[in-house]
Every structure is written in structure tokens, then in C-alpha cells.
Design a protein around this ligand. Structure first.
Ligand SMILES: *[C@@H]1O[C@H](CO)[C@@H](O)[C@H](O)[C@H]1NC(C)=O
Length: 998
């Protein structure tokens, strides 16, 4: 959804003029830059960049922060102390309470607050009702675990004068070295420094101070000249006060009742040339520098959730969501920081090349990545991760903020959306056409036009006459409906929802404490404040089937515009001095706002009907750390252009390593009409987004897969079928994400952390742990792609088993009908090969296992299956198997990964699945020695020796040029719930016992 500015004719005129000028001078840029601040236009960002420049420029610069050694205490894994900020000579030092908690997981958490504000010992301006403290509740929303302090952490008594040291982490491998003056911290692993705080002295806590009002008379007399003189004076003293007390942008004035309160710190990763993370930006996976260097940006990366109209490619500009989690990677080590702050945040990234010292033999040159974090308000709260593997970071970050929720199985199939399917008949017609063309899909979506005058929880009585009947038709093929519900509530007379919102006083307030009124889709609107538990309770009630009439068990929800988007607000969002529950300013909680809303919707869907327990599905546009627990996300309003297709791959990969992997981009591009080639290529790429949805703007032509015509429709259908065929592999990857925090699609560095040449590779992806390596085509007219292979395993073409081996780039044919997909040797890939109309209809379909042998002739893989719908899996109702092919014993086995007691729920579930077979086994890269074989011996758990089966036929297909040899075993009469073994070796080998399971 997009924010159009049609409501105001004057704006439209200005916009048209601007658009015209843009067309003349810069045809590619379509984002309205003027709507969004640059660092220079954001007071605290400008001040802190200036602070950093001053610190860097002066050789005698001393950071004014020191730790008072007398204040240090250490108890139960936590260090407490006070950091003092020195002001001018003679002024009282500012006391900043510090805590460093050493967590059981090996992660350290550093917080720094400001005593005066924390005690409320300050006065706010403009009689503000806002809270006086620095915001310290971000953790309440973002964190769900992992906070147990480490029992083993201890002060190191051998610390030299001027330092405090704490050893912590597994086997005491970690150490925090706290320097007292100036204050700084180094985090070490195995004696080597990995992360440094305040190395460059950019730490800056803007302490509370009263506004020094100028005497009135003087003010009156002052002419322009004199004012400038005054400004200069304060600049000379090193402080630019012009944005301390008030800031105006785009005609909106922020009253800033607490004055300047930014918090900033430099964080250095010594020896790390690559940093990743901090979504959401349309940029490369390996983050570019922002203050000089090759191909650098000039602006810092910004995190301030915003409705960015037709966003720009290759830019550090803010987008819809924010995850302040950054990882630094080098060969042999991954470390990271999570900056837990929900206010507007900017991050500068620079790299420092240290050349080798020619006298120090064997010491190579290395690069440090230096970062500078700046937030407008809140306390300092940082988690430090010391790895050493990328998997350690995603797991530990997931322990803190939660793993991605296990979705219903339909949610990972294909979603068909458009702004808008205009009537219920239209929906039914689209549904029928998918069937007519034999194209699989699971979900059809309704954008805002289904509502009666943009009043959520209503249906347009003229166009959606019979939603129940529509849902019933969808349900016949186990299909679902997703309807949009946004956080802005129409402020109008004949609408019970707004009456309740007002009466119960559950809306966000303006700075004066009155219910805030702004402009959005419905015109005048108010915004539900989901920081308020009472608002969440009320929201839950609105989704009950008897309340939101026309919805059914197969209706799910899309939360859009929840940054929040406010058409007439500053930067298209809420004024920062608005007030939320508890009188926290919007400034403090902005980036969390969207998450509280989609979480409330998630909770609401779990309670629509008593006794109905299904996993909810909610799509959100705005997000924060923790959003993965209750939503999927998409990358917002992209364009039907090749560059947007290309950018979607690193963006979705970045979501994966940043703990929110259920992500995708609008297939086809939201704005504009894609060429048929672009649309086709986008589907071929979209099948690799964990969240896979086609979507289009209201002004675009229809583009459902059947519209394009031959051969495009057939090719798109093939791509969709490939997604459906691999759903078992995708579902297994989702399960892994939901239990370990591992990304669903994974970048090269995550799979091959030792391969330096591949650290920046972000245009290809691995699906989960399956070894499937996809390289989407993102260039117009391409008929081949270059795939980067990192290791010495054989890689086989998914479709014809052509072999590619050797580290480096390989050219792979990619005519329009082909999406390049390779299988890394060493894996067993589960599939379901029968084409169906929806994933729900595949529930009891048999499996195919593709066994892809590695260079030593081995392979292994896993499969996770559950009912795809309820929460019974949390009570053991699932199948989790490991398949492995042992090259030495020439046997493929299925074993149970779940060794615990079987629960009643589990038994019941297994019963429903007991007839589901493995109907086909393909072994790719089959040994030459098998060419004369024609039989295999099959054994299954529960069968007695005396019931030994007769050998079964196997087909051997010899290698053909570069195409690998393979064998096929058809219907070996084995079951997915059972342990079994297929022996490809000598007949005698079958006498061995296979492990029975219990
Ligand atoms: C989600 O909703 C639950 C239930 O109301 C609440 O306890 C929790 O704090 C919410 N979390 C977020 C992130 O909004």
C-alpha cells in the first residue's frame, strides 16, 4: 500500500511540478527525498556526526567519560558501576549508572542510564505530561528469553591499574576489559579482541539540562546579524544548540519537551572487513561504508520505520522496518552487536585498512570495520555476541528475541494479491481461473477496497455482497483468504469501532494528552495504541467471527501502514511528541510501534473462537526485533523494474540472518507493469522467497499467472510447481528456523564461513540445510548466469544432473524457461512430486527423496512434517526424520530424530500419517559399480527376519557427458513414519540388523 497525496490539491500541484523536474533531470529517482530527513536535517544525527568529526580532528581529544573505580561492584554475573561525564571546569559531573550483565549464553549486555533523568529529577518544558526517564522498556517488547546471568562469570583479580576485567563465557573463553579513563570496553575471545566500545571516543550521552532562556529584552533587540554571532559562539564552544529545544521539518514542529537526549557510541570490529544486518535497507548484504571509501554512501544507515514511497535502490535510506542487529564476519569468526533502542537511529560505517608491517614477518594487513551508532533518545542497551560461528549469532539472537513462529503450511505456499480484487465474484472468478489453468495457489488477498468506506471490520455492501459464500468456495480446495486491517481507525460518525476506541480511550495521544487525529486512507483517523494492554484486549474482541462478520476459519490478516503511516505527519508518520500508554513519547517507541500492532492481531486470531486452535497468519510491513514471533514481512512498495528484482535477493537474505526470515518481496513489483519476461523471471526468483506473494498496485493491469499467455503462463506455472514440489524442504527449513534461529534462505558466508571470496556474495542463496543452491536471473535478456561455488563438492543441476565442480564461478544455462538451481553433493532432499491445486491437498501425498552424493559418496538430510495447522506439534505431534546414505555400507536409512517418549498427541498424529509412503528414491551421482546391479534389499522397522522382503528393482542411468549417473527405486513400499533401510550393496549386506526404534 502506498501513501498518495491526493487529498490536498496544493500538494498534488507541487508534486506534479517536482515530478516533472525529476523527469527532466533524474529519470531514475522516484522516491520523494524531500519527505525524509537526511542526517543533516535530523538534529541529533548532525550533532553526533559533528562530535565524531571534532573528536577525530583533534589529536588531543579526550573522551569526557570515566568510570569511577570506587563504584564498581560485581554480583551474580552482573557488574554495576557509575560512569562520570565531565562537563566544563567547575560543573558537577553527570552520573551515568552502568550495568554489564554476563549471560549464560556467553553474550554480554551493557546498559547505561542517566541518573538525574532516571530519578525524575528534571523539569520538562511546555508543561509536558511525557515521562521524564530515558525509555527503558524496549526489552519488554523485544526480549523473551536468554537473560539468565552466567554463574561462572567472575572478576579477574589480576587486572592492571586503571582496568576492571571480567572473565565469562563457555570455558571462560571470553573476557571484558573495562578501561576506566577514558571509559571504554574491549570484548575478547580466546585472548583476542573482537569488539571495542568507545575506541574512537565518539561516546556521547546528551545529559539533561534546563534551557537557558535568554532575557526577553535582549532577544527583542537582537537583529539577524547578532543571532548568527551568537550561534557562532556556541559552535566555537563545540556545541550546536540550534536543534536542542525544537526542530521543524516539512512544516511540522517537534516540541522536544525533554531537550537534547541522544545517545551515541562508536563500536569497532578489529580485523573484520565485512558487516551485515541492520535491516531494512535496499542495499547489498555486505554493508558499504558511509563516510568515505570506495563506492561509499554519504548518509548513515537510518532506522526509523517509515512509509517510503517508491523507494530507491542502493541506498542507506530508512524503510518500513528496523532490526538494530549487526554482525561482523571474517574467516574463522563472526561476532555482533544488538543495539536495543527503538528511537530514530543512524549508523555510520567506515573501514580502516591497516597495512602489514614489513618488519613483522607473517603479520598480514587487515581491515577494521568501525561503526558509529546514534539514537535520538532512550538508554544505551547493547548485547555483544562473540560467536565464533554465524550459527551461534543467529541462535543467541533468537534466544533473546524469539525464534520465528512455525507457520501454517499454507502460509509458505503461493499467495495471490492485488489492490484490489474488486468484488466477491471477482475473487471467485480468479479462484476458478487458477483451477482452469492448473496453477497451484493457496491464498487470495483483499486490499483496502473490500471495506465499506475504509472502515475496517466492515465489508462494502455493494461489492462484497456475500463474503461467506466466497470463503466457502475457497475452502473447497483448502484455500485461504487474507484481508487487510490497518491501525488507523476512521474518525467518523456512524462507526461503532471509532466510538469504542474513543470512549475506552485507547488511541495514541497528541502532545497535549488528547486523542491524536491524523490523516490516512479513510481521511481523518485515530490510531490504536497497542502499547496499552487494554487496547490489545479490545482488539482481540474485534476479530471474533460473530463480530467481524463474513470472516471464517480460513480468513487471516494483513497489517499494513503500521510504521505508522500518517499522510499529514512529519516524514509521513506520527509527531515524535505524541504520547503512548504510560506517557512515553512516540519518539521513544517509534520503531516498536508496528510490532505491538501486528502482535495484537496475532493474539486476536488465536482467540477468534473458543476451542479453535490454529496457528495465526499475519503479514506486517513495519517490524522490529521480535516481530518474527508473530508475523511474516514483505519489503513494501517496490517497482516493476529489474533493479528491484535484483535488490530483493540481498534484502530477503539480510532478513534471514537478522532473525526475521519469513520474508519476501512483491512478485512482479508493486508499481508499474512488468514486461512478461520480467514477470516470469520474478516468479522464478519469488519461489525462493520464504514469503511468496504476487501483488500489484491499483493502477496496474491484471497480471495473475494465467494472464500472460503462452509460453509465459506455462513457465510461471512450472516455477510455482517447483515451489510446491519442494514444500517439504521449505517446511523443514522453517522448522529449523523456529528451533535454532537459522535463516530459511542462507547467504554464502553463512554456509561457507571460511570462504573469503564468498563473503560478499548476495545474489544467490541456499534453501535451509538442503544444499539447494539457487541463482535467480535478475537481468533482462540473460540466457545464462554465473554461479559462485565455494567448495570442492560436486554440484548437480536440479533438473538434468549436469555436474559442476571446483570452487569459483560456473556458467549455467538459463533460458527463459529455466531457473538455475543446483544441488550440493551430500544432501537428501525431500519432495512431493504430485501436482495439486493447493498445499492443503498435498497433506497425505507420498514423498520422493533425492539423495545427492558428495565426493566421498555420502549424503544426509532431514525432514520435518506436522499437521501444518494446529499447535499439536508443541506436544510432540510431528514426524522428524533423518535420512542418511552411507557410502561405505551402500545403504540409505531413515531414522527418528525424536528420541523422547511418544506423547498421545504424537501417536494420534502418526496414525493419520501411517499410510504416507516414500514413493520414489533417486540417487544422484550413483557409483559406476552399480551399473550391473538391478536390485536393492529393503527392510522396514517392525518387520521380522522371517518376513524378509524379496529384492526390489532399481534402475541405473549411466553418466552422459557432464550429466551424472543416477539410479531410481520406485515405490519401495516404505513409510514416512517408519524407520527403514535400503541396501544398494551386495545382497549379503542385507543380513545386518538395522536399528529398531522405540
Ligand atoms: C504481544 O501480546 C501479548 C498478549 O497481549 C503481550 O503480552 C506481549 O507483550 C505482546 N508483545 C508485543 C511485542 O507486542
Amino acid at each position: 500500500m502506498v501513501t498518495l497525496r491526493q487529498w490536498h490539491p496544493r500538494w498534488t500541484a507541487v508534486f506534479l511540478l517536482l515530478a516533472l523536474l525529476c523527469c527532466l533531470f533524474a529519470p531514475v529517482v522516484s522516491v520523494k527525498h524531500d519527505n525524509f530527513k537526511t542526517c543533516d536535517q535530523s538534529g541529533f544525527c548532525k550533532r553526533n556526526r559533528q562530535f565524531a568529526d571534532d573528536a577525530s580532528a583533534s589529536s588531543s581529544w579526550m573522551s569526557p567519560y570515566t568510570l569511577d573505580p570506587a563504584s564498581v561492584s560485581f554480583k551474580n554475573g552482573q557488574l554495576d558501576a557509575v560512569v562520570l561525564k565531565t562537563l566544563k571546569e567547575g560543573e558537577e559531573k553527570v552520573r551515568l549508572p552502568l550495568t554489564i550483565t554476563f549471560l549464560d549464553s556467553g553474550v554480554a549486555r551493557v546498559t547505561l542510564d542517566e541518573e538525574k533523568r532516571a530519578k525524575g529529577d528534571v523539569t520538562l518544558r511546555h508543561d509536558s505530561q511525557a515521562r521524564k526517564e530515558r525509555y527503558n522498556e524496549a526489552g519488554n517488547w523485544a526480549l523473551v528469553g536468554g537473560l539468565k546471568p552466567a554463574a561462572g562469570a567472575a572478576l579477574n583479580s589480576e587486572a592492571e591499574q586503571g582496568y576492571t576485567k571480567v572473565v565469562y563465557g563457555k570455558a571462560s573463553k571470553h573476557q571484558a576489559i573495562i578501561r576506566h579513563a577514558p571509559f571504554g570496553i574491549e570484548f575478547q575471545r580466546d585472548g583476542e579482541t573482537q569488539v571495542k566500545f568507545n575506541e574512537r571516543g565518539f561516546m556521547n550521552v546528551e545529559h539533561w539540562r534546563p534551557k537557558a532562556e535568554k532575557p526577553k529584552e535582549e532577544e527583542k533587540k537582537e537583529g539577524e546579524e547578532e543571532t548568527k554571532e551568537e550561534d557562532k559562539k556556541s559552535e566555537e564552544q563545540g556545541e550546536d544548540e540550534s536543534t536542542w529545544w525544537e526542530e521543524t521539518f516539512g512544516g511540522n514542529t517537534d516540541s522536544k519537551p525533554r531537550g537534547p537526549e541522544a545517545i551515541a557510541l562508536d563500536i569497532t570490529f578489529p580485523g573484520y572487513a565485512h558487516v551485515f544486518g541492520i535491516p531494512e535497507h535496499a542495499t547489498s548484504l555486505s554493508l558499504k561504508t558511509t563516510r568515505g571509501g570506495d563506492n561509499a554512501y554519504t548518509e548513515p544507515y537510518r532506522l526509523y520505520n517509515a512509509d517510503v514511497f517508491e523507494y530507491e535502490m542502493d541506498s542507506p535510506m530508512t524503510l518500513y522496518g528496523a532490526i538494530p542487529f549487526m554482525q561482523a564476519h571474517r574467516k574463522g569468526s563472526t561476532v555482533g552487536v544488538f543495539w536495543l533502542n527503538a528511537a530514530e537511529t543512524w549508523i555510520d560505517v567506515t573501514k580502516k585498512r591497516n597495512t602489514a608491517n614489513p618488519l613483522a614477518l607473517g603479520v598480514e594487513g587487515h581491515t577494521d570495520t568501525q561503526t558509529h551508532w546514534m539514537s535520538e533518545s532512550g538508554i544505551l542497551d547493547i548485547f555483544v555476541f562473540l560467536g565464533p560461528k554465524p550459527q551461534d549469532l543467529t541462535r543467541q539472537y533468537g534466544e533473546l528475541t524469539g525464534y520465528t513462529a512455525m507457520p501454517q503450511s499454507f502460509a509458505i505456499a503461493y499467495h495471490q494479491c492485488r489492490w484490489n480484487y474488486v468484488t466477491d465474484e471477482d475473487v471467485k472468478d480468479v479462484d476458478r481461473r487458477f483451477d482452469k489453468f492448473n496453477i497451484p495457489y493457496d491464498v487470495i488477498w483483499l486490499d483496502i477496497e473490500y471495506t465499506h468506506e475504509k472502515k475496517y471490520f466492515t465489508w462494502d455492501p455493494l461489492t462484497f455482497v456475500n463474503p461467506d459464500k466466497m470463503q466457502k468456495q475457497l475452502d473447497k480446495r483448502e484455500r485461504k483468504l487474507v484481508a487487510i486491517i490497518d491501525p488507523h481507525i476512521k474518525n467518523t460518525n456512524d462507526y461503532p469501532i471509532i466510538d469504542e476506541l474513543k470512549k475506552k480511550d485507547l488511541a495514541v495521544k497528541n502532545k497535549d494528552g488528547n486523542q491524536y487525529e491524523g490523516w490516512c486512507w479513510p481521511g481523518s483517523s485515530m490510531w490504536i495504541d497497542c502499547f496499552n494492554p487494554a487496547a490489545i484486549d479490545w482488539w482481540k474482541g474485534l476479530f471474533k467471527y460473530d463480530r467481524f462478520k463474513g470472516t471464517a476459519h480460513n480468513t487471516f490478516i494483513w497489517n499494513d501502514m503500521n510504521e505508522p503511516s500518517v499522510f499529514n505527519g512529519p516524514e509521513t508518520t506520527m509527531p515524535k511528541d505524541n504520547l503512548h500508554h504510560g506517557n512515553w513519547e512516540h519518539r521513544d517507541v517509534h520503531n516498536i510501534n508496528g510490532m505491538t500492532f501486528h502482535n495484537a492481531t496475532y493474539q486476536a486470531i488465536t482467540e477468534r473462537k473458543k476451542g479453535e486452535v490454529r496457528r495465526p497468519f499475519v503479514l506486517t510491513r513495519a517490524f522490529y526485533s521480535g516481530s518474527q514471533r508473530s508475523a511474516a514481512m514483505w519489503t513494501g512498495d517496490n517497482l516493476a523494474e529489474w533493479t528491484h528484482l535484483e535488490a530483493s535477493i540481498p534484502m530477503v537474505l539480510n532478513q534471514g540472518i537478522s532473525g526475521f526470515p519469513f520474508a519476501g518481496a512483491d512478485v512482479g513489483g508493486f508499481f508499474g507493469n512488468p514486461s512478461k519476461e520480467l514477470l516470469t523471471r520474478w516468479y522464478q526468483a519469488g519461489i525462493y522467497y520464504p514469503f511468496f506473494r504476487g501483488h500489484a498496485h491499483i493502477d496496474t493491469r491484471r497480471r495473475e499467472p494465467y494472464v500472460a499467455g503462452s509460453p509465459y503462463t506455462e513457465i510461471i506455472t512450472q516455477a510455482l510447481r517447483l515451489r510446491y514440489q519442494l514444500l517439504p524442504a521449505w517446511y523443514t527449513a522453517f522448522h529449523e528456523a523456529s528451533t535454532t534461529g537459522a535463516p530459511i534462505i542462507r547467504p554464502n558466508f553463512y554456509i561457507h564461513p571460511e570462504d573469503e571470496n564468498g563473503f560478499a556474495v548476495d545474489d544467490q542463496l541456499y534453501i535451509g540445510s538442503t544444499g539447494l543452491l539457487a541463482k535467480p536471473v535478475t537481468k533482462e535478456g540473460a540466457d545464462s548466469v554465473s554461479v559462485y561455488i565455494a567448495d570442492d563438492q560436486p554440484y548437480y543441476d536440479y533438473f538434468d544432473y549436469t555436474t559442476y565442480s571446483g570452487a569459483g564461478h560456473h556458467t549455467i544455462p538459463a533460458p527463459l524457461e529455466k531457473t538455475p538451481l543446483l544441488m550440493q553433493g551430500g544432501h537428501v532432499i525431500p519432495r512431493r512430486d504430485r501436482p495439486r491445486r493447493s498445499s492443503g491437498l498435498m497433506k497425505y501425498d507420498p514423498f520422493t527423496l533425492v539423495v545427492v552424493l558428495d565426493k566421498d559418496g555420502n549424503a544426509a538430510g532431514t525432514l520435518y512434517v506436522d499437521d501444518g495447522e494446529t499447535f499439536d506439534y508443541q506436544m510432540g505431534a510431528f514426524i522428524h526424520r533423518r535420512f542418511s546414505f552411507d557410502g561405505a555400507r551402500q545403504a540409505l536409512t531413515s531414522s527418528n530424530l525424536e528420541t523422547g517418549q511418544r506423547t498421545v498427541k504424537c501417536e494420534k498424529y502418526l496414525k493419520t500419517m501411517e499410510k504416507v509412503r516414500v514413493e520414489k528414491i533417486i540417487i544422484v551421482g550413483a557409483p559406476k559399480a552399480w551399473k550391473d546391479k538391478s536390485e536393492v534389499v529393503v527392510m522396514q522397522e517392525g518387520e521380522k527376519e522371517s518376513q524378509r522382503r524379496k529384492p526390489m528393482p532399481m534402475e541405473y542411468y549411466p553418466a552422459d557427458g557432464k550429466k551424472a549417473a543416477y539410479v531410481v527405486v520406485r515405490d519401495p513400499r516404505i513409510y514416512i513414519t517408519k524407520g527403514w533401510k535400503i541396501d544398494f550393496g551386495e545382497k549379503g549386506a542385507g543380513h545386518e540388523h538395522h536399528g529398531h526404534e522405540h
